[in-house]
Design a protein around this ligand. Structure first.
Ligand SMILES: C[C@H](O)[C@@H](O)[C@@H](O)[C@H](O)C(=O)O
Ligand SMILES: [Mg+2]
Length: 471
């Protein structure tokens, strides 16, 4: 293994036509074709590393273009040199003396960094024959700390503090690993409440999700408060009705819903505005949605505005509504400020917007130190496949807790992956297992070929005015 080098790479602009069915729509993003800017790193052995970042359609080509630049930096390198110090590998990826000016660590270039860094982590996990979560959970605390990028965040957490936190959790790791493999990791569903869905569809999907075992639901809001109230009360009327709850899901563990405004059946509702409001608008609007009794409002305002979030959180606290954000927080420094400013109740890391696993680990450590639960952003394409690994690392090694955490689940596009996520009968994520799983992101070749934009057979048929099958 010591001589294996990265020899070449290929980049793929893969776009799925989710816009046809209104999947993924919210008050800000009204036309979503869930897309992957996907990279495959080839090596001098049989090993390949797959990685991607997520966009919602147009512009996916720009990210692919940027990936070419970042991936070029890893060609000719020995994989074991990268694996020996993944913190340093991250620094290398973000420190090109010229590319750096196009970020740094934000925007398109950082999405590209995420795709390449994720591919290197995938390669690492496969080289050791373990799923990514297991690779990292088997690290010693020292190896874990070495994999994290601490640059610019040592005023919030130092490597020494991180080491002490990880050591404290070390002896109980095995028990947590066994428990989560047995029970699965708690999840919530967003699939019931996309903005483009009719009331009938929302009602049907909510009932179905209850039957699947979910008890946390998210609704898209922010386009029209009267519509939001109607749609939200519709969901509440279904999830709060004991007749709709499966017998074996009637006794909810109080620890899992503490402080979440759960209704009489123990079900929790969250709402997501996808950045449409100014600070004062967010506060006013959310007061109108108070009858929905949401646990939190997600992305109430601009994602870079830590102090704005802090102000919203302070003003909504008396109304019992929390604040969540993170899917557009472009780096660890933004999370640091959100945590330092006491701006969030829930931290929503994104596996593809942060620059790969090393940066995610930094945010997991900071969140644990500040006592804020991590509930990653998922959905889109491939994000669920990625984030189950990150939540497992958080539970087993970092926070040591999954009582109040819920990992987003969205039921789209999993069929395109060789190792798709799955949900058990209690509405929890199953733990990915297997020697070839890596970071769970390998896509079927036939899916890549069909949905490559604009030359894949699906998009060619669309250009010819045909109505091809969307799967
Ligand atoms: C455009 C996307 O579907 C978003 O609406 C989605 O990521 C969302 O914000 C979420 O929280 O899942
Ligand atoms: Mg969201």
């Amino acid at each position: 293994m010591s001589d294996v080098t990265i020899t070449s790479f290929s980049v793929h602009d893969v776009r799925y036509p989710t816009n046809v069915t209104g999947d993924g729509t919210d008050a800000m993003n009204k036309e979503c074709d869930y897309s992957a800017a996907y990279v495959v790193l080839e090596t001098s052995s049989d090993l390949k590393g797959q990685g991607m970042t997520f966009t919602i359609g147009r512009g996916n080509d720009i990210v692919c273009y940027a990936i070419n630049h970042v991936a070029n930096m890893v060609v000719g390198k020995k994989i074991e040199d990268f694996f020996a110090d993944m913190g340093k590998t991250y620094d290398y990826l973000v420190s090109d003396p010229q590319l750096r000016w196009t970020g740094s660590e934000k925007g398109v270039i950082h999405l590209a960094t995420a795709a390449v860094a994720n591919a290197i982590w995938d390669l690492y996990a496969k080289a050791r024959g373990k799923p990514l979560w297991k690779l990292i959970c088997d690290f010693s605390p020292e190896e874990f700390v070495k994999s994290v990028c601490f640059r610019y965040i040592t005023d919030a957490i130092t490597p020494e503090e991180a080491l002490a936190m990880l050591k404290e959790k070390e002896s109980s790791k095995k028990a947590r690993e066994e428990e989560v493999i047995k029970r699965g990791y708690p999840a919530y569903t967003t699939s019931v409440g996309w903005l483009g869905y009719s009331d009938e569809k929302i009602a049907r999907l909510t009932k179905e999700s209850l039957q699947q075992g979910f008890n946390h639901f998210k609704l898209k809001v922010g386009a029209d408060w009267e519509d939001d109230l109607r749609r939200g009360m519709l969901i509440r009327s279904i999830i709060d009705n004991p007749e709709n709850i499966r017998d074996d899901r009637k006794n909810v563990d109080p620890k899992t819903i503490e402080g979440k405004n759960a209704g009489p059946t123990g079900c929790v509702l969250m709402v997501d505005a996808n950045q449409v409001w100014d600070v004062s608008q967010a506060v006013e609007y959310m007061q109108k949605l108070k009858p929905l009794k949401p646990w939190f409002i997600e992305e109430p305002t601009a994602p870079d505005d830590a102090l704005g979030h802090a102000s919203i959180r302070k003003q909504l606290k008396p109304h019992g509504i929390g604040v969540a954000t993170g899917e557009h927080a472009h780096n660890r420094m933004t999370f640091k400020q959100l945590l330092q400013a006491e701006a969030i109740d829930v931290c929503q890391i994104d596996s593809c917007r942060l620059g790969g696993v090393s940066e995610v680990l930094a945010v997991l450590l900071m969140s644990a130190k500040f006592g804020i639960p991590v509930c990653p952003h998922a959905g889109g394409v491939g994000l669920c496949e990625y984030v189950i690994h990150l939540s497992l690392i958080d539970y087993i090694c970092v926070s040591g807790n999954m009582d109040r955490n819920v990992l987003e689940f969205v039921d789209h596009l999993h069929e395109n992956f060789l190792y798709p996520v799955s949900i058990n009968s209690e509405g929890r994520y199953n733990v990915p297992q297997g020697e070839k799983v890596g970071y769970s992101i390998e896509m079927y070749q036939k899916s890549i070929e069909k949905f490559t934009y604009p030359s894949g057979s699906y998009w060619v048929a669309i250009a010819n005015g045909e109505h091809p099958d969307t799967h």
